[in-house]
Design a protein around this ligand. Structure first.
Ligand code: NAD
Length: 351
């Protein structure tokens, strides 16, 4: 296939710095324009990547662009996505999809109206290790999954000085720490388990970051998946330490502090993970120095941007469609409603 998808990125000075290169290394795409409202950031990224740069969003809507990558703050996602779709562009958008369910619906409607592809960039799904863990779940390595657990956290809110940044605004983000951080694990576990969350119950507060965060700085939610798995989802802005864990009748996996702990009754000899049961029930620490290089060999295969570009060229489903982004925002909103109204909330209540 000789045609390359021509990509422009808006919000090039933020998180996009870490992945824009992918559009240059992917054989099916070329990065043609980077845009940021801050001229210094736009210029810096344009010069670094040796592509044209601009501060004007409308420059992304010209006929020489096929795909717009929206990596701006949450409150701009809907407006920019809809403008790009109306101009005939495909859109890949950062998480969370938008601050409100209504905006997600408007984005999906614009994509459909213009027959363009709309998807989310969920960075976790670019990790080959998670693709292997999904295969392990499917193959029964963990037995029947009983529960999953996650903690997404850092001290960003505690250390921030004031509320002027967009992350400090409940309106601009669509919440606080839970919409920013837990949306990753909500998406990841539903994908890993191939199952949807159907109800949630939550506590949510802002105890330690009132100076910098308008929404929540700590939220704990429990969730029930349709298939009966229970999940616990925590997000915090005042203390370090992340966690992802899943527990099954034959095996368990815990990822924390940069390490992966594994126990199972069964052996596994995958592309990335090698595991031999040792008889007892203690967990084995998998050494990232051991599996890291194996994982790196599959990085290109699972790159989310390259996969999105391929989906455009082949008119195939994108890795994380807008409907999934909308589903995850609805779950986040159900969590906030549950905390506010002090009751369990069914996801179907959210419309
Ligand atoms: N996938 C991940 O792991 C991950 C990590 C961080 C952030 N994010 C998401 O990425 C998005 C951006 O977050 P960030 O951390 O890069 O924020 P940021 O504030 O660090 O950067 C945002 C960039 O957008 C620019 N910008 C602001 N308004 C603009 C406009 N109108 N037009 C063009 N550019 C504009 C800013 O100048 C800045 O360079 C958010 O939706 C966030 O949730 C995802």
């Amino acid at each position: 296939m000789s045609r390359k998808i021509r990509v422009a990125v808006t919000g090039a000075g933020g998180e996009a710095r870490w992945y824009m290169e992918a559009y240059k290394t992917c054989p099916d795409s070329e990065l043609v324009l980077v845009q940021d409202i801050d001229p210094a950031k736009a210029r810096e990224q344009g010069e670094r990547l040796k592509v044209n740069w601009t501060t004007t969003f409308e420059d992304l809507l010209g006929p020489d662009i096929d795909l717009v990558d929206v990596s701006t703050p949450n409150h701009l996602h809907a407006e920019q996505t809809i403008a790009a779709h109306e101009a005939g562009k495909h859109v890949i958008c950062q998480k969370p999809m938008a601050p409100t369910i209504r905006e997600c619906d408007d984005m999906i409607a614009a994509a459909r109206r213009n027959n363009r592809k709309l998807g989310l960039y969920m960075s976790s799904l670019g990790a080959p290790l998670f693709h292997e863990i999904k295969e392990m779940i499917r193959e029964g390595f963990f037995g029947i999954i009983s529960s999953v657990s996650s903690r997404g956290a850092h001290r960003g809110g505690y250390e921030a000085k004031d509320r002027t940044a967009w992350r400090g605004s409940a309106e601009k983000t669509g919440g606080g720490v839970f919409i920013q951080l837990a949306v990753h694990s909500l998406n990841l576990f539903q994908w890993l388990l191939d199952d949807d969350i159907v109800q949630v119950a939550a506590l949510s507060t802002n105890r330690l970051c009132k100076h910098s965060i308008g929404g929540d700085d700590l939220t704990h939610a429990v969730a029930e998946f349709r298939g009966g798995v229970y999940g616990s989802f925590e997000a915090g802005y005042a203390a370090e330490g992340g966690l992802l864990a899943l527990y099954g009748t034959k095996g368990s996996l815990v990822m924390t502090a940069g390490q992966t702990f594994l126990w199972s009754e069964l052996p596994w000899d995958g592309d990335i993970i090698k595991y031999t049961p040792r008889g007892g029930k203690e967990m084995t620490v998998l050494d990232p120095a051991d599996y890291g290089p194996r994982q790196a060999r599959f990085a290109a295969k699972y790159d989310q941007h390259a996969a999105f570009v391929r989906a455009i060229l082949e008119d195939a489903p994108v890795p994380v469609p807008g409907e999934i982004g909308r589903r995850d925002v609805a779950i986040v909103k159900a969590v906030y409603r549950s905390a506010q109204e002090r009751r369990h909330v069914l996801i179907e209540e959210m419309g």
